[in-house]
Design a protein around this ligand. Sequence first.
Ligand code: NAD
Length: 466
Amino acid sequence: MGVQLPELQFTPLEDIPGRASIARKAFLEHKTRDVEFRLVQLRKLYWAIKDHEEEIVEACAQDLHKPRFEAEIAESGWLLNDIVFTSRNLHKWVKDEKAPDIDLSFKFMNPKIRKDPLGTVLVIGAFNFPFQLTLGPVIGAIAAGNTVIIKPSENAPRSAAVMQKICEAALDPSCYPVIQGGVPETQALLAERWDKIFFTGGATVGRIIAKAAAPHLTPVVLELGGINPAIVTKNADPRLVARRMLWGKLMNAGQVCTSQNYLLVDKSLVSRVVEEFKKAYKEFYPKGAKESPDYSRIVNIAAFQRLKGMLDNTKGKILMGGTMDEKELFIEPTVVQVESVDDSLCTQESFGPFIPILPVENLDEAINLANGVQSTPLGLYPFGNKADVAKILSSTRSGGVSCNDAALHVPTLPFGGVGESGYGAYRGRSSFDVWVHRRPITSSPGWLEAILSIRYPPYAGKLSKF
Ligand code: NAD
């Protein structure tokens, strides 16, 4: 452990309104309107992330036992790519858009859409990808010209402290302050007036956020979890299913909002899929996941006990894994054959390394069951041939879909939930769009009055001229 990490200090509750008002003042003084200012902030953030990459990796290791590979790809590397993509495109995105298909009579008014920043916004991050899910939305908010209050998750405390160090090293403190804390500090933030709140977390807290936003008519983006199904038809390749679904659950020890929550497998394929899970597990972790440097731990004891309770309560049969170590917060990737979709392993979001499998008679049954558990999950994973996948797509809903794969999301596609899994989307160009107001602007020249006077009363006889 060669890297020294800063300590997490919660922000005093009494300081929170003052910090919010400094950010509000900075916005009202138009500090962030200048696109060059935004680009400089993004560039500085890029280099600060680069400079602190070892601290990011170490913080993720201490908070979650996250492997270096996953930390570099899904945390620091992800953010660096995001900044490059955003900075390269920003001049194009901020340009005024001409109104499409204009009638000749409106053309002289030069109608266009300006992309105005919303104002002073709040980003509340999650613990599981602490850097990506906090600073990812912040990158878009900076690019769009907002001032931003950044609230990392207290459940990944070392990452939260490193994030503050990075932000303070890189960003203008009056425009982008970091607030640290747990529930009381988040509630103090929610008592303030915001121009948008972007929350990543569970649906229970999501509802609290939406309620707190309502009195100020503050728009909200809710990036919530999901009870995501994988549907495996009789035409699927069992080896691909097992390798990809295991990957979906070993990444961050299953603490991934998009990872599949349960598998509905055509009964003719169940034993081969289970066999392939065992083979893949041996291949990925020859000495077992516990001995491997490439497997995370559960974030804290409360989450560990919740997961232990879920496994204790299942009526299913454990076919692979099942070992745990409370001291280490270790839970092995665990395949369980369940008897019903009502099993708690299927009906609750596990956010852990459980792989419940329910055998089904056919594709129609799988679709009906999936729509019954949660009709609007965050992700959906169909495995089968083209016709199977097409049928699944046309008879289900979900935030996103990875066909014949686990939680794979191409970073330039919009990412977000639908219904119970949240609303609003970001990533790629959407990370900019989600933070701007598309402000329609017309400019009517004085000489147009000769034509415009047709709109004034008295109206008699004018209708026929339109
Ligand atoms: P959470 O909802 O339990 O907590 C998030 C934050 O909310 C906490 O850090 C806390 O500060 C705050 N909070 C908790 N109770 C509060 C209250 N009563 N009032 C005000 N604030 C309160 O989420 P989590 O445990 O950090 O993350 C797990 C959940 O997040 C899972 O459901 C997962 O699927 C979801 N998630 C979604 C995405 C996505 O992009 N859609 C990504 C990651 C995680």
